[in-house]
Design a protein around this ligand. Structure first.
Ligand code: ADP
Length: 525
C-alpha cells in the first residue's frame, strides 16, 4: 500500500490546512523521523527563498509562486496598474481607485486633490494606507489634506464613498483566486468566498469610526457590536458568498454581469505580472482579491492578498475555508498511485535532471533567470557525466558525496513516498483533447483561459494584447446579451413566486453546477 502524502507547515500553521490534509489521510512532516526531502507539499504564509525553489523535487509543491509581489504589495500594485493604464488605456484599467504612492507622488497627489476639491457639491474623500501593513492597521480616511499625516511609505487612494450597503452596513468581498500556473496562465476562481461587513452603520460624518468604514475582520472583531445581532447582517461580520448571492437574487439583481466584471478584474490584474513571473510548475498560489461594490454595482479592486487569512473565526469561515483548501488540494492533483512515475523509475529516468534539455519547457522545475540558469548549467556540467546526472540541485563543494546521498535518496523515495501523478500535473491537457485544463475542480471554476484564442495566446509567450481583445469581445457580447436574460429571468421568477415556498437561504450556488465557458454563455440568443 502506498504511504501517505506528507505536508510540511511553516510555523505550525495554518490549522485549517493541517485539519483538511489530516482528514484526507496525509501525514504531517516530522523532522526527526523523515528525510529532508520527504514531503509533498510545503505550505507557508511568507515567501520562499530562491534556493527553496531550486531544490524542489518533482513530487514536491510549494504554495507560492516566486515574484508575485507586483500585485500583492499595495504600492507595487498601484504602480503596475498605472503602467497598464498608460499602455492599454484607462477605460480598461478603470477598476481600481486612483492611487498615489507617498512621499514620492506627493506633488501629483496635491494636483489631483486640488483638481477634485469641490467648490460646492459632494465632498471628495481619501484613504491612506501604509504600504506594507495589512489587516487594516494604520489606515485612516480624510477629506482635508491637513489631516494627512504619515511617517512611513503609504498609498493614498480615492475613497469609494458610495459603497453598496446592506441594511446600512458597508461590506467587501473576499474572492479566492488560484493561479495554478503562470506559464501557461491558468486561473481558477472559487465560487464560495466571504463577504466581510463593517459592524457599525456607514456614516460619512464620522470618518474616524473604523467600525463603520473598514471591513477587516481583525478590526471589527474587537468592535462593540461584533456579537450583536445586526439587522439583516446578523451576528458577527461575515457571510458566505452563497448567502450574498441569495441576497442579490432576492433583490432581483442580475449577478452574472457583476461576476463577469469581477472575473475581468482578476484576469487584468494577473496580466500585469504574468509575463514576469518565472515558470515553476510545482507551485500554486492562492490569492485573496478584495473587491468593493459601489452603489452603482461597479466592482472595485482594493487589494490583492498574498496569504489570505485562513483562521476560522466563525461558521462562515469554517464552511468557506475548509472547502476552499480541500478544493485547492484537488486542484493540485495529488494522486496516491502514479504509473507514469513508477515506469520512469524502472527505466531509471529518475537519473535525469529535472530540467533536462530534451524535456518540454513546462517540466522544468527551477526558477532561475536565463542568465543564472546557463551559469548554473556550466557549473554543474563539469560535475555530472551524462550517465550520472542525478538532480541538478547541488551547489557546494561536497558535491560527489552529496550526489551519492541524493542517489540513495532517489532510490529510497520509492519506498518512502507515495507516487504522484506527474501526467496530470504536467500534461494538463484535458480529456476533451483541446488542451484545456479542467473547467471545474470542486468549487473552483476556471476563468482563464476562457476560450481557444486565450488558450493559444497563453501557451508560449503570453500574448497580452490578444488576451485583452478577447476579454473585450466577451464583455461586449455579454453586455448585449444581458438585457434579454434579465427580462427572461424576471418572467421566470414571477412564475416561481406563485408556486414555491421560501427557498433555503444557503442553498443557492454561484452558478450552474457545470457551468459552460463564459464565452459560450453569451453566444446564445
Ligand atoms: P489592509 O491590507 O490593511 O486590509 P485594504 O486595502 O484591504 O488594507 O483596506 C482595508 C479596508 O479598508 C477594506 O477592506 C475596505 O473596507 C476599506 N477600504 C480600503 N480602500 C478603500 C477605498 N479605496 N474605498 C473604500 N474603502 C476602502
Amino acid at each position: 500500500m502506498a504511504a501517505s502524502l506528507v505536508f510540511k507547515l511553516h510555523d505550525r500553521g495554518p490549522e485549517v490546512v493541517r485539519e483538511v490534509l489530516l482528514e484526507r489521510g496525509w501525514e504531517e512532516y516530522d523532522e526527526g523521523q523523515q528525510e529532508e526531502e520527504d514531503w509533498n507539499l510545503y505550505w507557508r504564509g511568507s515567501t520562499f527563498c530562491n534556493s527553496e525553489y531550486l531544490k524542489l523535487l518533482p513530487w514536491q509543491r510549494l504554495n507560492h509562486h516566486p515574484k508575485t509581489a507586483g500585485i500583492t504589495r499595495k504600492d507595487f500594485l498601484a504602480r503596475n496598474l498605472r503602467r497598464m493604464r498608460a499602455s492599454l488605456g484607462s477605460a480598461l484599467y478603470d477598476f481600481s481607485p486612483t492611487a498615489f504612492i507617498l512621499p514620492n507622488d506627493y506633488t501629483r497627489f496635491l494636483a489631483e486633490y486640488n483638481k477634485l476639491r469641490p467648490t460646492r457639491g459632494s465632498p471628495v474623500y481619501w484613504i491612506c494606507k501604509p504600504v506594507d501593513l495589512s489587516r487594516g492597521r494604520g489606515i485612516f480616511i480624510f477629506e482635508d489634506i491637513r489631516d494627512l499625516v504619515y511617517d512611513c511609505s503609504v498609498i493614498v487612494q480615492r475613497y469609494i464613498s458610495n459603497p453598496l450597503l446592506i441594511s446600512g452596513y458597508k461590506f467587501d468581498l473576499r474572492i479566492y483566486v488560484c493561479v495554478k500556473s503562470f506559464h501557461p496562465l491558468t486561473v481558477y476562481i472559487h465560487q464560495e468566498g466571504l463577504v466581510r461587513f463593517a459592524t457599525e452603520k456607514y456614516n460619512l460624518s464620522s470618518l474616524h469610526n473604523l467600525y463603520s468604514h473598514l471591513t477587516n475582520t481583525s478590526i471589527n472583531k474587537s468592535g462593540p457590536y461584533y456579537k450583536t445581532k445586526k439587522e439583516r447582517v446578523g451576528q458577527g461580520c461575515k457571510w458566505t458568498m452563497s448567502k450574498f448571492r441569495h441576497f442579490l437574487y432576492s433583490q432581483d439583481i442580475d449577478e452574472l454581469q457583476l461576476w463577469q466584471r469581477i472575473n475581468n478584474i482578476v484576469t487584468l490584474t494577473l496580466l500585469t505580472i504574468a509575463p514576469t513571473v518565472p515558470s515553476c510548475p510545482n507551485c500554486v498560489e492562492l490569492f485573496g482579491f478584495d473587491i468593493l461594490i459601489d452603489g452603482k454595482f461597479k466592482p472595485w479592486l482594493l487589494e490583492v492578498n498574498y496569504s489570505p487569512a485562513l483562521t476560522l473565526d466563525c461558521q462562515a469561515d469554517i464552511t468557506v475555508k475548509k472547502g476552499l483548501i480541500s478544493d485547492l488540494i484537488d486542484l493540485m492533483n495529488y494522486s496516491s498511485t502514479d504509473s507514469l512515475r513508477e515506469r520512469a523509475y524502472h527505466k531509471q529516468r529518475y537519473k535525469q535532471p529535472c530540467c533536462h534539455a530534451d524535456k518540454p519547457a513546462h517540466v522544468s522545475v527551477p526558477v532561475l533567470s536565463k542568465r543564472k540558469e546557463s551559469k548554473f548549467r556550466k557549473k554543474t556540467s563539469k560535475v555530472y557525466t551524462s550517465q550520472t546526472q542525478a538532480l541538478p540541485l547541488l551547489k557546494n563543494s561536497h558535491q560527489s558525496e552529496k550526489i551519492n546521498q541524493r542517489r540513495a535518496f532517489v532510490t529510497d523515495y520509492h519506498r518512502h513516498l507515495p507516487l504522484v501523478d506527474l501526467n496530470k500535473i504536467y500534461g494538463a491537457t484535458a480529456a476533451n483533447g483541446q488542451g484545456f485544463p479542467p473547467l471545474r475542480v470542486g468549487d473552483f471554476i476556471r476563468t482563464f483561459p476562457f476560450n481557444t484564442a486565450t488558450l493559444k495566446a497563453s501557451q508560449h509567450k503570453l500574448d497580452v494584447k490578444t488576451v485583452i481583445q478577447e476579454l473585450q469581445k466577451l464583455t461586449a457580447e455579454m453586455a448585449s446579451g444581458q438585457s434579454d436574460k434579465t427580462k427572461r429571468r424576471r418572467e421566470e421568477k414571477e412564475v416561481k413566486k406563485d408556486t414555491e415556498a421560501e427557498e433555503d437561504f444557503d442553498s443557492l450556488f454561484w452558478g450552474p453546477r457545470d457551468p459552460p465557458l463564459l464565452s459560450q454563455c453569451f453566444n446564445t440568443t
